[in-house]
Design a binder for this molecule. Structure first.
Ligand code: 1PR
Length: 531
């Protein structure tokens, strides 16, 4: 029996599903006594450092956790739970950690790498461990802005390190107690194999020699570029939830909503084909109400039973008042999505309205969806989906917006353009450009940019490199290139010509024009780091 410490802060459904997928039954901690009596305890740390420690304090779990760890009972911590073993974190100044390990967790230093680290990196093992006896340098999924390093007196805990601009601790282990910075439940089959080693009964003395134990000079690990499959979802005219696809955001073909398949089945196929992440976009979310739009929540619940890579859900993340007058904040909507299996949520239209207000007043209210959700779940859980379209101008002086000199002149030979943000699925243009939106959202606490492009959407003509470069250079959070992919070569181009951390496609995968494996092979053959 595996006991899960679920303090209700977010997506640990996937940990639960991973344990079940591996054939074990799982129960939740109900009281502090359960923490001490559990045969094997798993503590997934989801959310900001402060919110994790605050919930442990609220439930009286801090002392029992410290006692369990000190008495060397089987314990596995994930992500923020590894950081909670330390004395504190820069993420939440003044909040005490469990202080099992000395030192403060710190934010990644400024470097040319974006922060948070979101993606697939590997680990260098520093000692034998039964947990990694089948590990062979594969990539594991990381999503964090803060990283831990061990003080000299805690060196015996050092299990694994990873490089991301600097070396940090990605795994600690001593006896029956272990913790990972990466998410084994989101790291595909490799992660499940590591998790399984923890779930299996093992006595401390049977430390299996890991075939990958490295000694001496360790080679630096490298983060992979991510290939993301995107499923635009909406109900068709019969009310069935289908995966559709726009052509420059027009999803209708001869009046009918294009139907390219069922969301849960397609997501499972892409996971098995090697997608590094799966994104669902509820494209009529601007007018539907996700809490009543139960099918979307059900899609997430069913998908997270078999898909063990990160899931992002967007569409309709904003405040709502339902037909009975009950008010829901954007945080309520996002929390429902996280509880249903999402790892990240993406905000489109609402981000434009928030940024327009922010640019007008120059003040952060703390009340926007971006600020509220990133405060509770961390910046890395908040993606901003940008729906821009080109606006040509004869010269930069014609507009106050962030223009660029384009290699693709406009219909009247215009040599400059800016990218106008739109809301409601491209139906309404705003007096806001993609750089203003991206930089303001970063300032408000967003952790990643999903950069679509209406002009390129569905055209198979390749990504809009000029747009991607312009936004990538303006922010220090990861950027996902999106819209227009038509071949594996287009993925090679976007990673060789821009610093985008990820590239997303929809149509070429739904129409089975290019398998994900072919994209990965082309990237590998061209020297791009992949998972
Ligand atoms: O505004 O917060 O409710 O979020 C709405 C979400 O739905 C946004 O993420 C928005 O981008 C998306 N959306 C709304 N309408 C459409 C539409 O197509 N009519 N999808 C839509 C935009 C998303 C992807 C991707 C690439 C891949 N498309 O499909 O942008 O275009 O396409 P390709 O590889 O086939 O070229 P809110």
């Amino acid at each position: 029996m595996i006991t899960l410490l679920d303090y209700g802060a977010g997506n640990i459904r996937s940990v639960r599903n991973a344990i079940k997928q591996l054939g074990y039954s799982v129960q939740d901690v109900k009281s502090s006594a359960d923490i001490l009596q559990a045969e094997r305890l798993i503590f997934p740390g989801v959310g900001s450092y402060g919110s994790v420690m605050e919930r442990l304090q609220r439930d009286g779990f801090i002392e029992p956790l410290i006692e369990r760890i000190r008495s060397d009972k089987p314990f596995l911590g994930i992500c923020v739970a590894l950081q909670a073993l330390f004395e504190g974190s820069e993420e939440s100044p003044g909040v005490a950690g469990l202080s099992i390990l000395k030192g403060q967790v710190k934010r990644f230093k400024e470097s040319d790498l974006s922060v948070p680290q979101i993606g697939w990196n590997s680990v260098n093992l520093h000692k034998e461990s039964p947990l990694f006896s089948s590990y062979n340098d594969e990539k594991l999924y990381f999503v964090h802005s803060y990283r831990a390093t061990l003080m000299e007196e805690d060196r015996e805990w050092l299990l694994a390190t990873t490089n991301y601009g600097e070396e940090f601790v990605s795994g600690v282990e001593l006896g029956n107690v272990a913790a990972f910075q990466f998410h084994p439940e989101k790291s595909g089959k490799v992660g499940l194999a590591i998790l399984e080693k923890y779930l299996q009964e093992r006595a401390v003395e049977t430390l299996t020699v890991s075939s990958q134990v490295k000694t001496g000079k360790l080679s630096e690990t490298r983060i992979a570029k991510r290939v993301i499959a995107c499923l635009d979802v909406r109900s068709n005219d019969n009310g069935d939830l289908v995966v559709t696809k726009g052509d420059q955001y027009d999803v209708r073909d001869a009046g009918e909503v294009r139907n390219l398949g069922k969301p849960v089945e397609l997501a499972k196929r892409y996971y098995e084909e090697g997608a590094d992440e799966i994104t669902f976009l509820n494209i009529t979310g601007f007018r539907d109400f996700p809490m009543q739009d139960q099918p979307m929540l059900e899609v997430l619940r069913r998908t997270s039973e078999n898909v063990f890579v990160p899931l992002t859900i967007g569409g309709g993340i904003r405040e709502f008042t339902d037909s009975n007058g009950k008010q829901y904040t954007a945080l309520d909507v996002a929390s429902e999505y996280f509880r249903s299996g999402a790892d990240k949520i993406s905000i489109g239209s609402d981000a434009c309205y928030t940024v327009e207000e922010y640019l007008r007043t120059g003040k952060k209210t703390g009340k926007s969806a971006i600020e509220q959700i990133s405060f509770v779940y961390g910046a890395q859980a908040v993606v901003i989906s940008v729906d821009p379209r080109r606006v040509y101008v004869k010269s930069p002086e014609e507009t106050t917006h962030n223009t660029l000199k384009t290699a693709l002149p406009g219909p009247d030979g215009e040599e400059y353009c800016w990218y106008q943000c739109t809301v409601k699925g491209g139906r309404e243009g705003r007096d806001l450009d993609a750089v203003q939106l991206a930089t303001s959202c970063e300032a408000l606490g967003a952790g990643e940019i999903l950069l679509n492009c209406i002009d390129k959407d569905g055209t198979n003509s390749g990504f809009d490199m000029e747009l991607i470069k312009q936004v990538r250079e303006a922010v220090s959070i990861p950027v996902i290139a999106s819209s227009g992919a038509g071949s594996a070569a287009h993925f090679v181009d976007v990673f060789q010509e821009t610093d985008a951390e990820a590239a997303l496609a929809a149509g070429i995968f739904h129409r089975r024009e290019v398998p994900i494996s072919e994209v990965k092979k082309a990237l590998h053959d061209n020297g791009v780091e992949i998972r």
